[in-house]
Ligand binder design. Structure first.
Ligand code: S3P
Length: 168
């Protein structure tokens, strides 16, 4: 079995679930945002501020391409699956692509506080803006995913178990 790739909107729990999944599968874990920050030697917000979103998307695409060939459980960023070139890369990888789908309420709840500030896409955005952006992105996730997992009110471990059952 190929290790899964997690996609979905910010705050869905891709990193936390990815960690739980890698532990349950006894496979290494990689988080694309962390790979990006380690490669750039800079945080994503500061890279965004200095270079803008288009430059970030370019780096994200290159690093996604490089890390698709590795056999890790991979958590992507919230915008990764929304880029056409990345969708093609994900499809070509033939790895199971899992969309972690959260309700608006769970998303806003998970993003409130510090996490809001850590995400440049959310800067100066209201909860309604975030809900609108999430709605606008859903068709990208739907198009790219092999499987949808609803995450509301579930622990990362329970979600990981559900993914394992459905992909095996
Ligand atoms: C982004 C989501 C972030 C990160 C970057 C852009 C987005 O990842 O890649 O800030 O466009 O949704 P998370 O989903 O892990 O927050």
């Amino acid at each position: 079995m190929q290790n899964p790739i997690l996609i979905g909107f910010m705050g869905a729990g891709k990193t936390t679930v990815g960690r739980a999944l890698s532990k349950a599968l006894n496979q290494p874990f990689q988080d694309l945002d962390q790979v990006i920050e380690a490669t750039l030697k800079q945080s994503i917000p500061s890279y965004f501020e200095a270079n803008g979103e288009a430059a970030f998307r370019q780096v994200e695409k290159e690093l996604l391409a490089q890390h698709l060939s590795t056999e890790n459980v991979l958590a992507t960023g919230g915008g990764t699956a929304c880029q056409i070139a990345n969708q093609e890369l994900l499809l070509k990888s033939r790895r199971p692509v899992i969309w972690l789908k959260a309700s608006d309420a769970t998303t806003i709840h998970n993003l409130s506080g510090e996490d809001w500030q850590k995400r440049p896409i959310l800067a100066n955005k209201s909860a309604q803006d975030v809900t609108n952006l999430k709605a606008n992105r859903e068709h990208f996730y739907r198009k790219t995913a092999d499987m949808i997992i609803q995450v509301d009110q579930k622990t990362p471990e329970a979600i990981a178990e559900e993914i394992i059952q459905r992909i095996s």
